[in-house]
Every structure is written in C-alpha cells, then in structure tokens.
Ligand binder design. Structure first.
Ligand code: GLY
Length: 406
C-alpha cells in the first residue's frame, strides 16, 4: 500500500467514527512561541486541548506535516527523518482510552483497513512515577483486544509520555504501538523494546495534564486523546520494507542523488544519501510553506540555512561538483513532483523555492572559497588548526566546523 492510499484510508476510518477532517497547519506555528516548527499535530490544537470549543466539534482527524530537528543526529539510520507527515485522530474532551486503543487496533489489523498481522504487534504503556500513576488501564484494554501480556512493556517518561510541545502546556502518558519489521524472521514471543527491529508506528497520548512553568503536572479541564501515526513508517511496514528510504516518498530523491553524483549507495556513503534526502525535503517544505521563510541567521531561517548547507556538504562528500549545477534545486524539483497533489502550494511557490536555494548555494560556495583560503594559510603556517583558529574560521568566515574536521 502506498502512503497516499494509507492516508486516505486513515482519514476515511476516522471520518466513519465521527471525526471532522482538518487540513495540515503551517510548519511554522502561529500560537506557540516556544518552538520554531510544528513538531506534532498538537501545535495548532493546543487552545482546544485546554478547553476552547473547536468549531468542528470534539472529534478531529488530520495529516500534519512536521519537522523535528531534535532528531537530526539520528538521520542516517533506516527509520529516522526530521521531516515527516503524521496522521492523527483527536478527542477534545470526548472519548478516551477505550475507544482510542480499540480503534487503533481495529485500523491496524482489520482486513478492511490495514490488515497488519496482530502477531507482529507489541505495545508499551506508561510505568508510572511521582507525576502520574502506572497505566494499567491502557494495558488491560490492549489485553482485551488480544495483545498477550509478554508483548506489553511498561516504560518511564522518556519513552511513554508526550508533550508539552514547548516548555509548558498539555501533556500526558501515552501507549505506543510497535511492529516487527523483518519479513524473514518471526517476531519473538516476548517484546524487547531495546530491539530496534521493533519499529514504533503509532502512539495514543492520553493528554490529561498541564505542565506548568514550575514543572508541576496539573489535571487539565478535559481529558483528550492525541494520536500520532508516522505515515512514512507505516507505509514502510505495509510495503514489507525495513528501510524507510525505499518507499515512494523518498526513493525518487535517492535516485536523483545517484544520478547527480554518479554514485551507488554503499555502506560508507549511505548516511550522506539519507541526510541529503531528508534535508532537501525539509528545506523545500519550509520554503514552500504558507509562512515560508528564506535562509537567514535567525530562527527558522537559520535552521533552513543549516539544512541546505548540510545537504551541500554531503553532496560534496559524494564527489558532486557544486559549481556544475544547482544541485539542491534539482532535488527540490523531485520533492515537488512527489508531493504536488497533497501540497499544491509547493508548486505555486516553486520560483521562490528555487531562487532561494540557488542563492544559498552561491553564498555557501563563496563561504567555502574564502574559508578554504584562510584554512590553507593557517595550515601552511604551522601544519595545524588551533581551537582559536577553528573558531575564527567559523565566526568570521562561516566555515563549518565539520568542514574543518574533514
Ligand atoms: N501524538 C503525539 C506525537 O507523536 O506527535
């Protein structure tokens, strides 16, 4: 099943359960000064999670584009990206644990919907701490739908707690669903959450607390449900794959990098392929957003600059001559082609996207030329780079520390 069909099915399933459909909000949140990007579907919904009535009712379903820069160092493995789409169903003070879990199970396993093998599913629940009790209620509901005891693990806040999106706000314990990804190895009877072959595909958050400035967790006025299903990851398991970058939302970008670089993927360069793929996609979406910003040294513009420059750095590592073409523009064209139906704004804003990418490539090239000249001078002087010199290269010439290391 392709991601597009999965998205359609998800929306249809929750529409049948009485949810109203809302559009993906901007990648740049307008009511949350504590974060630069929409990291989850909850950002645009915070006012409704704390009690304001939503005009479309108490049940909402959406597919939200997200950027999680905190995962940037994990990009390079099989399943992490910083840009992704998240499918979510929301109860704004309406249904709670029972319906949320039963519907998650039904959507995942029913032949009418995804038809995933229930014998390859494992679950985590919140183990409890001083702020909130152990979530036995969630685990009992999982057992009642057929998940055996040995496939349920209890973990702490680091793993089974979601939110707030920024420093303060709505949050709560969650229960997470994992799928055994390898096709050729049977799923172990007992769930080991440390085993990376169990891939997290969905979480149901029981958002019933408000985290205060003082770090206290107070009960919210209403009990909400916020679920988050990673579109790309579920498409991956539905397609029987263990590498996210093999699905249709990434593969054409990977192929374009192959063409541009003339290289095939090897163990040594795989990480570069994946970083370039994720970062050029994120950059295209930031520029092509309704609140899109150009690269700069501030806030979202700074992150965008880092995305573009990091892609360029990895393209150089693959041996691409940056002067030979506007490489990131070529990659952005592929990104737009993949997403043009779901996000028509990307196409409408393509000139802005291409212009800004091109300008940033030129700027980076100049930075590299100047920085490299200074770098040579320093090395010629005494065959080394001191920490002070490295700082000067970065501070005065914008020459990245990673380039100095290389
Ligand atoms: N549903 C919470 C999240 O993962 O974004």
């Amino acid at each position: 099943m392709k991601a597009k069909e999965l998205k359609k099915k998800y929306i249809k399933f929750f529409k049948e359960k009485g949810h109203a459909i809302i559009e993906s909000a901007s990648l740049i949140p307008d009511n949350d000064p504590t974060v630069l990007f929409t990291t989850a579907g909850m950002h645009p919904l915070v006012p409704f999670l704390v009690g304001q009535p939503h005009p479309l009712g108490k049940r909402i379903v959406d597919a939200q584009r997200c950027i999680r820069t905190q995962d940037i160092d994990e990009v390079g493995d099989d399943i992490h990206t910083t840009f992704f789409e998240m499918l979510g169903n929301w109860s704004l003070g309406d249904y709670f644990k029972k319906e949320a879990i039963e519907w998650s199970y039904e959507f995942l396993t029913s032949k009418k919907w995804l038809g995933l093998d229930s014998k390859r599913i494992s679950i985590t629940c919140f183990k409890g701490d001083k702020d909130a009790p152990k979530d036995n209620e969630a685990s009992e509901i999982w057992k009642s739908v057929g998940i055996p005891n040995e496939r349920i693990a209890f973990l702490g806040k680091k793993d089974n707690w979601w939110g707030p999106a920024g420093e303060t706000g709505p949050c709560g314990p969650d229960t997470e669903m994992f799928y055994w990804s390898p096709n050729n190895i049977p799923a172990p009877k007992k769930f080991n959450p440390e085993d990376k072959r169990w891939v997290e595909i969905w979480n149901d958050v029981f958002m019933q607390y408000n985290k205060t400035k003082e770090g206290k967790f107070e009960p919210l006025k209403q009990k909400n449900v916020d679920t988050g299903m990673g579109l790309e990851r579920v498409a991956m398991v539905l397609q029987g794959k263990t590498d996210l970058f093999e699905i249709e939302l990434f593969k054409p970008i990977i192929n374009k990098i192959k063409t541009i670089s003339g290289k095939d993927i090897t163990k040594a360069n795989k990480q570069s392929f994946r970083i370039i793929t994720d970062h050029t996609k994120a950059a295209t979406f930031i520029l092509g957003d309704e609140r899109g910003v150009p690269p700069s040294n501030l806030d979202q513009g700074y992150i965008l600059r880092r995305y573009i420059r990091r892609s360029l750095r990895h393209l150089r590592l693959l041996g691409v001559d940056l002067l030979s073409m506007d490489t990131t523009v070529e990659l952005a064209k592929v990104v737009i082609e993949i997403y043009k139906e779901d996000y028509p704004l990307l196409k409408q804003k393509k000139d802005f996207i291409f212009d800004e990418l091109k300008k940033e490539e030129d700027k980076f090239q100049k930075t590299l030329d100047k920085g490299l000249k200074e770098f040579r001078k320093m090395v010629d002087k005494d065959s080394q780079i001191t920490a002070k010199e490295a700082f000067l290269l970065y501070q005065s010439y914008g020459f990245p520390i990673e380039m100095i290391e290389e």
